[in-house]
Structure formats: C-alpha cells, structure tokens
Ligand binder design. Structure first.
Ligand SMILES: C[S@@+](CC[C@H](N)C(=O)[O-])C[C@H]1O[C@@H](n2cnc3c(N)ncnc32)[C@H](O)[C@@H]1O
Length: 252
C-alpha cells in the first residue's frame, strides 16, 4: 500500500488511543497531522479510535464508522452473485478478458472487494485520509486471501492519473463518485452521515473522468444512480440495474 499525494484538509480530528497503544496511535496522528489524546477531545468533531484489534471513527454525535471485510456488515462477502454475468463485470469487459482494474474512488471498498471476488485484480485510490486509514487497517487485518494482493493508494485520483499515465498495467478504470442527490445507500443512516461528512461531494468528478478518458485503457466505467444524468457525454453503452447503472466509455 502506498501514499502518493492527497489533500490533508484541516479536519477537526484527533486520534484516541489507550496508553499501551500509543505506538499504534502515534503514526496515525502523524499521518493526519492531528493531536493524539488531546486534553479536551470534546473540541474535535471526529475521533479516530485506535484499539488493540480494530480502528474506527466516531463523530461528536456518537455516530460510528468502521471497515471490517470479515464481518460482512456491508455485504462484503456477497453470496449468490452471478459471477461473470454481474452487470459490473460485463461493463468492465470480463468477456473480453479484461481483468486489471483501477478503482478511482475506493470509499468503503464495497465495489472493490466485490470486483476481487469476481476475479478482477484491483488497484484502488482514495483521497479521504480517514477513509484511507480505515481501509488500510481493514486490508491489513482481513483473513480473506483474495484481498491480500489489493493495492491501495492514498491520493487524489486526478493527480494520480496525471502522475501515473501509462505506468500501470491496467485494462479498465472504474469510477463511482458521490452523487449529490442520492437517497439510497448500502450504509445505515448513521454511518452514511459520518461517511458523507468525511468525503464531501466529489464536485470535481467530471474533471477526473475527463482525465481518465485520456488513459491508454480499454474501458472506463462510471457507476451512476439509474436516473442520473451522464457524468460526461460519450457513453458507449449503459448496463442498467434496478437502482444503478454502469456507463461505459470505450477509449481505445
Ligand atoms: C460514492 S463513494 C465510493 C463508494 C465505493 N464505490 C464503495 O463501493 O464503497 C466515493 C468515494 O470516492 C472517493 N473519491 C471521490 N473522488 C475522488 C478522487 N478524485 N480521488 C480519490 N478519491 C476520490 C471519495 O472520497 C469517496 O470515498
């Protein structure tokens, strides 16, 4: 897993860890450039808790967000999937043998993890420092062998795409930016609030897609709510489900 470059925005954040876990808490406080166990933690909106066997974030209203690939809380171990017939697999060109995917918006990695289950090799990019930290710990702890080779970068996808153009062995790019009007989510309401407060609105999504479309890949796939407008014109084909669709741009 690598840190490239991403915005470390001044979040109202502190790290909380027990005295015997300072060795684990301090590196995250350094990474976030925020205090560790401050004298008045109530002054910080988000608390990043480091415990012996897991980490999680809590906001001032006591809402909680954690990533654990083995607990299946967010349906990480999706049962009964249709393998290569899954819409996302078709959209990414599984029938043509495309397997190496760059996910520009890892988030909680629900999609990334599903793609690895479907047999894709995924490299992911996430720019929210707190999401990145939750993901990094979750990848380090998981017992799922198919997640061990996942490559995670802490970076803004726009800079990442500019810096790494032509340098990665990638067949397709996958992008699922936040959609401002989206009402439904896989996340329970409380967690959704924390998630949205942490990541914001992804207002630069069209710019990221524009850059992705300059990459030497076979396809770029954008996930959208079913009735949302296209992120950019030029969609070659849409793979439509009940609530989402996958807009496919053919680059090469
Ligand atoms: C809608 S969520 C993605 C959910 C994800 N597909 C999943 O299955 O959990 C969008 C995520 O992408 C990240 N993101 C959006 N634009 C990004 C960019 N330009 N660079 C890096 N991360 C980005 C956001 O921080 C957020 O975590």
């Amino acid at each position: 897993m690598s840190v490239v470059s991403a915005r470390l925005e001044p979040l109202s954040l502190c790290v909380i860890s027990a005295p015997e876990l300072l060795e684990k808490g301090q590196p995250w406080a350094d990474f976030f450039k925020c205090p560790l166990n401050p004298p008045e933690p109530q002054n910080f909106f988000f608390h990043f808790h480091v415990e012996a066997d897991h980490v999680y974030v809590r906001d001032r209203e006591n809402r909680h967000l954690e990533i654990d690939f083995d607990k299946n809380h967010l349906d990480y171990q999706r049962k009964g999937h249709r393998g290569k017939s899954e819409l996302v697999a078709k959209a990414l060109g599984v029938a043509k043998g495309y397997r190496r995917v760059l996910d520009l918006s890892v988030g909680l990695a629900v999609d990334s993890v599903f793609l690895t289950q479907l047999g894709f090799q995924v490299t992911g990019v996430e720019r929210s420092p707190v999401l990145y930290a939750l993901l990094k710990e979750a990848f380090a702890r998981t017992q799922k062998d198919y997640l061990k080779s996942y490559q995670l970068y802490f970076a803004d996808s726009l800079s990442f795409l500019k810096e790494h153009k032509g340098q990665l062995d990638i067949d397709c790019i996958y992008f699922d930016p936040m959609y401002p009007h989206k009402k439904k989510s896989a996340l329970p309401k409380q967690e959704m609030v924390v998630f949205r407060d942490l990541v914001g609105h992804d207002e630069d999504a069209a710019e990221v897609l524009k850059e992705a479309l300059t990459w030497p890949v076979q396809r770029v796939v954008v996930k959208r709510p079913i009735h949302a407008e296209e992120l950019l014109p030029g969609v070659r084909h849409s793979y439509e489900g009940k609530v989402v669709r996958y807009d496919t741009y053919v680059v090469g």
